[in-house]
Design a protein around this ligand. Structure first.
Ligand code: SF4
Length: 221
């Protein structure tokens, strides 16, 4: 994904804006942090930790584009109508409660889906157990692990019209999760309307229509 910031219309009116390099899963290392700190210092920015990301604040448009290029990362800034970075909890083997390897799955989903176009933002969350530390029920697409595989909840969001996701499938093996998300994105691209989150599209067209279109029968709830 390329994003020349100067092509984003509303940015031209802004004097300052945040620059957020994509850090998949929030998993970083000392070299990356040193580089981030050095770039922030070079352009006079301040750093803020936001969820799984670190934002350089206070840069102008020209310096922001240079900073992103120097960081060598995809930007998380200004990607409204697309799949956002995938949230994931530690999962196996790093959490004693975990029943599935949520970080491994989350990184694979992030690699495939982050930045893909959609009618509105799509947030995906993956948790290793029913405690749902990755806030699965307020994600457009949420997954949590059980001993039998993943449970899929769809249609949540914590935005202007907050909505709780509904469970639409269970016992999904890890290797089939991406296929189902591809189906869901096709459904949303075919049916989503302006300013409508996935859950609102499903509410408008009906859950039966959504499930029979996007969820394989053997996993459907
Ligand atoms: S959701 Fe479960 S596996 Fe993940 S961090 Fe929370 S308790 Fe651990």
């Amino acid at each position: 994904m390329s994003l020349p910031l100067s092509k984003v219309p509303f940015l031209k009116k802004r004097v300052k804006f945040p620059v957020t390099p994509h850090i998949p899963g929030g998993l970083t290392n000392p070299d990356q942090l040193r580089n981030l700190a050095a770039v922030a210092e070079k352009y006079g920015g301040t750093l803020k930790i936001v969820g799984n990301s670190i934002t350089i604040m206070g840069l102008n448009l020209v310096d922001g584009e240079k900073a992103l290029a120097e960081l060598g990362a995809k930007p998380e800034s200004f990607i409204a109508k697309s799949v956002r970075p995938v949230s994931m909890c530690p999962g196996k083997p790093n959490c004693p409660m975990a029943q599935q390897e949520s970080t491994e799955l989350g990184l694979a989903l992030d690699e495939e889906f982050f930045g893909q176009d959609a009618p509105a933002k799509i947030r995906i969350g993956v948790s290793g157990c029913p405690n749902c530390c990755a806030e699965v029920f307020v994600k457009d697409i949420g997954l949590y692990g059980t001993a039998k595989g993943y449970v899929l909840a769809v249609g949540g969001n914590s935005g202007r019209k907050a909505q709780i996701a509904q469970v639409v499938a269970d016992n999904i093996p890890e290797q089939d999760v991406a296929l189902i998300i591809r189906n869901i994105l096709v459904y949303f691209r075919n049916n989503g309307q302006t300013k409508e989150r996935l859950g609102q599209t499903i509410e408008r067209l009906g859950w039966y229509d959504f499930k029979t279109t996007a969820i394989p029968e053997q996993y459907r709830k």
